[in-house]
Design a protein around this ligand. Structure first.
Ligand code: NAP
Length: 258
């Protein structure tokens, strides 16, 4: 399969590297505004180009990874090259109906809003997929690509936005927990690197435990909270400081475009 990633920045670049690792037979071309952005991808053996239209024309799947305020202009440029292709848009916050008007007359075979997260680079994304238009075959193509670099969920537009907060912004939220944990560990007397390694392995282990056992987090918490013990004291102190409420408030901070 030939994939063109238009805009190899944080998300487009992570996707290019993740897909290159997972799908060695795919031919991946990345584009950017500046040649310097492309150097690290060329060094990893990917095709690079400053010409969006020829990259898209030569691809089966075109991934749009530019910032939201550039998306309409870049799509207008790409439009003549999109007939019969599958478009994947990473552009967050643009309503699907608006995106479809930008694609009007392009003859696109399928168009999808996809919100992955940065862990796509290491094959561990949680990617939400919303179909703007397409067929069972084009959806299977898109799902197959993102299944190769993590897990996927196909959702309607409302749940795409929820998924973006939970799993895409959620990567930053989870990392902030890791940072806070490590900082607390240093205050308790661990060396900074020791504390960071321990925080990371603890989160990794907790996630692996839930995934392996298929249990609810609270069921596992019950297993480690000895009555009157230090874990329940710690949990209650965190809740008193607003832990769960702060996480939920963070998730609800996004407001849809009016
Ligand atoms: N970051 C995330 O976690 C995340 C998560 C989900 C969705 N998204 C969405 O992904 C999109 C990209 O976000 P980002 O954080 O990856 O942005 P970014 O790091 O700024 O990357 C954007 C890339 O677009 C390139 N670019 C700019 N104008 C271009 C043009 N005319 N033609 C081709 N390439 C062009 C830039 O090239 P240069 O580097 O050469 O300037 C840059 O590499 C956004 O729409 C965002 O909503 C991001």
């Amino acid at each position: 399969m030939k994939i063109a990633i238009i805009g190899a920045g944080n998300m487009g670049g992570a996707t290019a590297l993740g897909l290159a690792g997972a799908l060695p037979d795919a031919r991946i071309t990345v584009t950017a505004k500046h040649a310097a952005t492309l150097e690290k991808f060329a060094a990893r053996g990917l095709q690079t180009s400053l010409d969006n239209v020829s990259a898209a024309a030569d691809a089966d799947v075109v991934v749009l990874g530019v910032k939201p305020w550039l998306a309409q202009g870049v799509l207008a440029e790409l439009k003549p090259a999109l007939a019969g292709k599958v478009l994947v848009s990473f552009v967050a916050g643009v309503p699907g109906a608006e995106m479809l008007t930008w694609l009007d007359g392009s003859g696109i075979a399928g168009a999808y809003s996809v919100i992955p997260n940065l862990a796509i680079e290491v094959g561990e994304s949680m990617s939400f997929i919303h179909e703007l238009c397409g067929t069972p075959e084009t959806l299977a193509t898109v799902r197959g690509l993102f299944d190769a670099v993590g897990r996927t969920a196909v959702v309607d537009e409302k749940r795409l936005n929820a998924g973006m907060m939970l799993a895409s912004c959620g990567t930053a939220f989870a990392l902030r927990y890791v940072r806070a944990s490590a900082e607390g560990g240093v205050e308790l007397g661990l060396y900074p690197q020791e504390a960071l390694d321990a925080a990371l392995q603890t989160v990794r282990g907790a996630a692996a435990l839930l995934a392996a056992r298929g249990t609810h987090p609270e069921a596992e918490i019950d297993r480690v909270t000895t009555p009157g013990g230090i874990t329940i004291k710690g949990l209650n102190a965190m809740e008193e400081a607003g832990f769960s409420a702060a996480v939920i408030a963070g998730l609800k901070a996004w407001k849809p475009k009016q």
